[in-house]
Design a protein around this ligand. Structure first.
Ligand code: PA5
Length: 464
């Protein structure tokens, strides 16, 4: 089967100077620490890091596929109500593996897919104006089963369904994905008897794309959930070795750590030279930011750690960001996502007489131009001493995307050990959730509300 490849030549000092690039001796030196980090992470597979085993969850996959078969042809729309780790994986999978025009012309009897990962009333209200809840299956996804955004959306759509379909019938339009035991959502499932799937223990939101969180909506719109898991399983097998040169997850983690900590490049740009892969950059941004962006180190000391993820899309952002990337501050390193074989061949016609300036394009393919632009950017970055690596996808399919997802999850887990932070908590996110509960007047959060009000600026500076 085709493997994705990590080409890190241009992250090395030989390519971009010793000041900007990593020395091979530094990678060698870091190898024992990285190997230990890998082993420490893998040793938690049966304990608190159960996401490592998701590629082998065959029984859960069968349950998902059975459920999809049972609702096949019944709904025109699937709407995911979820946020953060409960949404970004699905968006990435849908963009990568479905046609960009799927929702305009859904193939066969497949439903459209919408992910409403915001409570902006203009997003939710607009959806309600254009589509019909009674033609829709709502997949409510929340690991904690209590996130205010998702719960409020659930209440909105449950109400709309009950008004249209009545109390009994509305139930078949909702499927929940949440913790097996805990949270309000699980309580609601018990009370109402909604269909439901489990986010297993040891699978945090941002590590959950290969659980029912990502697989159920993917399978509902006809994506190949089995091939995703196969790709992930193959990457898992590949990444068991502690040999740096054979383990892409480990090497990538080391590059990230060295380029930030030893070369002062705190910004990690995922530059997708594939329109279909562009939302993998959003998914990875959350994975990296929430996992490594931490105030406290493992011993409780202040470390204020974390790279800043940035996403860009080629060629679009060549006409927007690349000027900064090539000539701006030396504070970024780049991961290009590159695809060898596109699904489509689009021929550029000969321009004809009078258009000699366009002759170089005539008879070529759009794919050739796309690759030339990607290579042009890589050359410009390298010549300007900007460290860059390339993740090469043989093609965009569920198998290669599954490999990528697993590689990056494992890599970030290893980064957690290298940066000395807990990659699996998110106290900063919880702080924001608590402040929002307090502002919304949730019971039990009165004291926090008092603190927020007391700290409000006495003399706000506002223009206009
Ligand atoms: O990665 C995470 O843990 C977070 O981004 C969560 O996914 C997000 O806050 C949503 O939480 P929940 O799935 O509990 O509703």
């Amino acid at each position: 089967m085709d493997q994705i490849r990590l080409d890190y030549t241009n992250t090395l000092a030989d390519a971009v100077s010793p000041e900007r690039g990593v020395l091979e001796s530094e990678l060698k030196e870091l190898q024992p620490r990285a190997a230990q980090a890998l082993q420490d992470v893998l040793a938690r597979r049966d304990k608190d890091l159960r996401w490592l085993d998701l590629p082998y969850a065959d029984e859960e996959l069968e349950q998902i596929l059975d459920y999809c078969a049972s609702v096949k042809g019944r709904f025109k729309n699937v709407v995911v109500l979820g946020i953060g780790g409960s949404a970004l994986g699905t968006i990435a999978l849908f963009t990568a593996l479905a046609s960009p025009y799927h929702n305009d012309a859904p193939p066969g009897d497949l439903p459209r897919l919408f992910v409403l990962d915001n409570v902006d009333p203009d997003l939710v209200g607009e959806w309600m104006e254009h589509f019909h809840p009674e033609e829709t299956l709502f997949n409510v996804i929340s690991k904690s089963g209590g996130t205010a955004e998702t719960m409020s959306q659930f209440l909105v759509f449950r109400d709309a369904l009950i008004r249209k379909l009545g109390q009994a019938e509305h139930r078949s339009h909702i499927v929940m994905t949440t913790d097996a035991e805990n949270g309000v959502l699980r309580e609601i499932v018990r009370k109402e008897g909604y269909a439901s799937f489990v986010v297993p223990d040891g699978v945090g939101g941002r590590f959950s794309v290969l659980s029912p969180v990502g697989l159920l909506p993917a399978a509902l719109v006809g994506l190949d959930a089995r091939a995703l898991l196969q790709g992930a399983a193959e990457m898992d097998q590949r990444c068991k070795t502690t040999a740096m040169e054979d383990n892409p997850a480990m090497t990538y983690a080391c590059l990230q750590w060295l380029l930030q900590e030893r070369r002062g490049q705190p910004i990690a740009v995922t530059f997708s030279y594939s329109n279909r892969l562009k939302n993998l950059g959003d998914w990875y941004a959350q994975l990296l930011a929430e996992s490594i962006g931490k105030r406290k180190g493992k011993n409780g000391e202040d470390v204020f750690a974390g790279p800043t993820p940035v996403r860009a899309v080629g060629v679009t952002d060549q006409h927007s960001q690349v000027q900064l990337y090539v000539e701006g501050p030396h504070d970024k390193w780049f991961t290009l996502l590159s695809v060898e074989q596109a699904d489509h061949v689009v021929q550029i016609p000969q321009p004809g007489p009078g258009l000699e300036d366009l002759a170089y394009l005539g008879g070529r393919r759009l794919g050739e131009l796309f690759h030339a632009e990607r290579d042009g950017t890589r050359i410009a970055l390298t010549e300007a001493q900007r460290a860059n690596c390339t993740l090469v996808f043989p093609k965009v399919d569920a198998h290669s995307v599954g490999q990528y997802l697993y590689m990056m999850e494992l890599s970030v887990a290893i980064m957690g050990e290298l940066y000395g932070v807990d990659a699996f908590d998110q106290p900063g996110v919880e702080a924001g959730k608590i402040a929002a509960y307090a502002l919304m007047g949730r019971e039990g959060y009165e004291a926090r509300r008092g603190e927020i009000e007391a700290a409000a600026p006495k003399n706000p500076k506002i223009i206009g």
